[in-house]
Design a protein around this ligand. Structure first.
Ligand code: AMP
Length: 505
């Protein structure tokens, strides 16, 4: 029987071409398949010798480096559950996750403050620097590179990822080897990946986008990764001329557009730009095409669902739409009682497929609550499907504004305001209103900070396109919007600021 371990996909490719390059690092050095295989074997042996057994969690709060990827693969090979942690998390946030996950080992750079106080009793701390230095290197020094990859069932846990938690406490989504393998193979296939591809990797790797989408797809297809520690527009523009694919969050595309160096010439070797993790405005889509000749391929997914929808590689890529369900995924728009709504209606997006998470770690009640009786996951997103199957996201269920009993979907109002040339980006939320309960409030970033749009013009613009109850009662011009590390606007912070202002605190 074949091994369900996701690592076996890569292992087979090492045998075929050991010297093939997996990473090209920032300083130009390259890392081969053989190195990654050997180093992950060494780390897997070290983890085993340190007492980690199948199913144990290994928490990792480290910046991107070839060694961290080797550690991730070591966990898969040894049957351990890899738990990446946001490098921006402060001890109080870490403490919650560590208590919840009870990992056997915790890795950081050894320089990020004292963690001893927050570690659970059974968790051993290690440091691992970008060149492989640190206390783990000492433990790994004597370990052999030769390691027999653990035989896993497809349903066995491979990773634990905490949802980014823009609302409420983070929950750990358990992802199986099947979820990783299916997603990597399917996306590699539908996005046309091959070993000729060079993927410019600027995303963080503590999130599904940078790790399971970008890295795993490259691993499954044999593509080379140009590793950059973080996104920087000028740096990315220099690397684009040697790349074929780029994956980013919408904020990256905004920043690329803001750089005058973005041109058709800079993108001459590129074949594909992918965007996800947050809504890409139709304006940015069009502007990017005008500047580069490329139509960004927008796709939609989440920590729990990996990827649900994608615009097609060949076929129409629609601005403002996240495309069609990927092969194997099923999606429906549901009403209050989980009933499927007719085409064109707005409702909650429910979906299922082989790439989905198995459960929330240690939270059987929440797992049950998030799945319907027939196994669909309640994504928490609102959307609609058109006649041709294209899906459009209209907001988060929790972002829904109810004003005077009428439902307002923020994305609809945002799209109208975003069309104004004087506006760069908009975030619409519900503010307190004595009469209506909630009212529509628009936070607007001007295209030109010296010439912000007048509130009256924004209001007029919405009035001319949408029903009165959707018209903002207030327009607040801001320099920037609060965001999480994936560029998602933290609407709860915007709502909190409105509440504080109304209560005079
Ligand atoms: P995360 O779990 O951090 O990946 O966040 C998942 C959420 O991001 C989804 O449930 C959506 O609300 C949002 N999201 C992801 N991709 C898109 C997209 N292309 N357009 C709009 N929202 C998106």
């Amino acid at each position: 029987m074949s091994n369900g371990n996701f690592y076996s996909t890569f292992e087979a490719s090492v045998g075929r071409d050991p010297s093939a390059v997996v990473f090209e690092l920032e300083d130009g050095r390259t890392v081969s398949r053989q190195w990654l295989h050997g180093q992950s074997g060494r780390y897997a042996n070290a983890l085993r010798e340190l007492g980690c057994v199948a199913g144990d969690r290994v928490a990792v709060q480290l910046d991107k480096s070839a060694h961290v990827f080797a550690l991730y693969l070591a966990c898969l090979r040894a049957g351990l559950c890899y738990l990446p942690m946001n490098t921006a998390y402060k001890p109080a946030e870490l403490a919650y996750l560590l208590q919840d996950a009870q990992p056997k080992a915790f890795f950081n750079d050894g320089e990020s403050g004292e963690v001893a106080d927050i570690l659970p009793a059974a968790t051993r701390p290690f440091s691992l620097g970008p060149k492989g230095e640190g206390t783990f290197a000492e433990a790994a020094a004597a370990a052999s590179e030769s390691f027999s990859t653990a035989g896993m069932r497809e349903e066995d846990a491979a990773a634990l990822l905490y949802t980014s938690g823009t609302t409420g406490r983070p929950k750990g989504a358990v992802l199986s080897h099947r979820a990783l393998s299916y997603s990597a193979r399917t996306l590699s296939d539908i996005w046309g990946f091959s070993s000729d591809d060079v993927l410019l990797h600027t995303l963080p790797i503590f999130h599904s986008h940078g790790l399971f989408i970008a890295f795993n797809v490259a691993l499954a297809s044999g593509a080379r990764l140009l590793l950059r520690s973080k996104f920087d527009a000028a740096n990315a523009l220099r690397a684009l001329s040697r790349s074929t694919v780029f994956m980013g969050v919408p904020t990256y595309y905004h920043r690329l557009l803001a750089d005058p160096a973005l041109s058709k010439d800079v993108c001459r070797s590129m074949r594909l730009f992918v965007s996800g993790s947050a809504p890409l405005s139709a304006d940015v889509h069009r502007e990017f095409e005008a500047r580069t000749g490329h139509r960004i391929l927008e796709r939609y997914g989440s920590t729990e669902a990996m990827i649900i929808c994608s615009n097609p590689l060949d076929g129409e890529r629609r601005p403002g739409s996240v495309g069609l369900p990927i092969p194997g995924a099923e999606l429906r728009i549901a009403g209050q009682s989980d009933e499927a709504l007719p085409t064109g209606s707005i409702g909650v997006i429910q979906a299922r497929g082989p790439g989905f998470f198995s459960e929330y770690w240690n939270k059987p009640d929440q797992t049950r609550a998030e799945f319907t009786a027939d196994g669909y996951f309640r994504t928490g997103d609102l959307g609609r499907i058109d006649e041709e199957g294209y899906v459009t996201i209209t907001g988060r269920a929790k972002d829904l504004i109810i004003s005077g009993g009428y439902n307002v979907y923020p994305a609809e109002v945002e799209a109208v305001i975003d069309e104004m040339p004087s506006v760069r980006e908009t975030a619409v939320v519900g503010g307190p209103h004595a009469d209506f309960g909630e009212c529509v409030v628009a936070f607007v970033i001007p295209a030109d900070a010296n010439r912000p749009p007048a509130a009256a013009d924004v209001i007029q613009r919405v009035k001319s396109s949408l029903a009165n109850y959707k018209v903002p009662k207030q327009v607040i011009v801001v320099d920037d919007l609060p965001r999480n590390t994936m560029g998602k606007v933290l609407k709860n912070e915007l709502r909190a600021s409105l509440l504080a202002a109304s209560s005079g605190t």
